[in-house]
Design a protein around this ligand. Structure first.
Ligand SMILES: Cc1ncc(C[n+]2csc(CCOP(=O)(O)OP(=O)(O)O)c2C)c(N)n1
Ligand SMILES: [Mg+2]
Length: 342
């Protein structure tokens, strides 16, 4: 279902999902064209979690993300040109080219840390929430992380203190199933995590938990709205697990675009290779959102085509911007990094 929002806001969410999708499909293309080196992970298949969730936050709320951060940054209003420049290691990137894909952390958007250290952001999020509570700022901290994070020892420590001290923090676990956290056994059980379902872990620390279908933007919107209100009212932390089906294009270490996203694909997936067609038909949140917009009469196909085209053009301009940006000077190699050689 669609979030219960006016048409303008639904179209804005649709545009953000398309922005994330086209950004990453183009990024994958740039990789295979040999135009940049270095690893990256994509958010494809999880757009209906990040976009509705992040749209519910206040401008001064504090965010933490992982190696799968591109979608979160763009959902928060990030500039695709500056994000791509960061991935390419260029000077105009959000962190001057020093962070790269995994560690792009745009402070001006409220991101305090995006990190490839699995689970590392949860204690940081609890700490930021502690600071916000002590100072009485009214901010909440939001940690967006994968199912694999629950395997890490620091995570129960964060749950414990967040719960004991009623910290204003939302733990948003994006369970993308198979291939994450070592191949999942089933839809919900990881082969490398004994706690099952994952919500048992935060529940043991008396944190209210909820499981949501992560490709259903309306369900995500409802769950998040209720939780954020409760956290802001001083009710302490919440844990939400959004479940998605892993995008088949990320079955290997280097993602491959199986079927470029178009408005037409929302209506007809018959041109998608047969072995992955089921995912595009049943589990692609962006196609589903567009389908629901059309079926509910909120938008026409022509209107979506115009929207989609404006995104494609924005991405083309972002690519030019990022490749035009210079690399940092050699003399700057030791600035803006954790350790300076004095
Ligand atoms: C502390 C730590 N241990 C191990 C790794 C290696 N590692 C990289 S990604 C990953 C799996 C992460 O799974 P999940 O958190 O579910 O994220 P997903 O990639 O599925 O979105 C692991 C174990 C790491 N980056 N950090
Ligand atoms: Mg995972």
């Amino acid at each position: 279902m669609l979030p219960a929002l006016p048409k303008t806001q639904l179209l804005a969410q649709c545009r953000k999902m398309l922005l994330i999708r086209h950004f990453e499909e183009r990024l994958i293309g740039l990789h295979w064209e040999g135009r940049f080196r270095g690893h990256y992970h994509v958010y494809i298949g999880q757009e209906a979690t990040g976009v509705p969730a992040i749209s519910l936050l206040q401008p001064d709320d504090l965010l933490f993300s992982t190696h799968r951060n591109h979608g979160h940054i763009l959902a928060r209003g990030g500039d695709p040109g500056r994000l791509l420049a960061e991935i390419l290691g260029r000077r105009d990137g959000y962190n001057g080219g020093k962070g790269g894909s995994f560690h792009t952390s745009p402070r001006e958007l409220g991101f305090l840390q995006c990190s490839g250290v699995v689970g590392g952001i949860l204690p940081l999020g609890a700490g930021a929430a502690y600071a916000a509570k002590s100072r009485g700022t009214g901010q909440i901290a939001v940690c967006l992380f994968g199912d694999g994070a629950l395997e890490e020892g620091a995570v129960p420590e964060a749950f414990n203190l967040a719960s004991l001290w009623k910290l204003p923090v939302l733990f948003l676990c994006e369970n993308n199933g198979k291939y994450g956290a070592g191949n999942a056994v089933g839809a919900a059980q990881s082969a490398t995590m004994a706690a099952y379902p994952l919500t048992d872990l935060p529940a043991a620390y008396k944190i209210p938990v909820q499981q949501v279908d992560g490709i259903d933007a309306g369900a995500v919107h409802d769950a998040l709205s209720e939780s954020i209100v409760a956290i802001r009212a001083g009710g302490g932390p919440r844990f939400i697990e959004t479940r998605t089906v892993r995008w088949p294009g990320s079955a290997t270490n280097w993602p491959v675009v199986k079927a470029p996203t178009t408005v037409e694909l929302a209506r007809d997936v018959s041109q998608v290779p047969e072995d992955v067609r089921g995912w595009y038909r049943d589990s692609d949140p962006v196609l589903r959102f567009m389908r629901e917009l059309v079926e509910s009469g909120q938008a026409g196909t022509g209107e979506l085509r115009v929207l989609n085209q404006s995104v494609v053009e924005q991405i083309a301009a972002a690519v030019d911007f990022a490749f035009d940006s210079p690399y940092p000077e050699l003399a700057e190699a030791e600035t803006d990094v954790f350790a300076e050689n004095r």
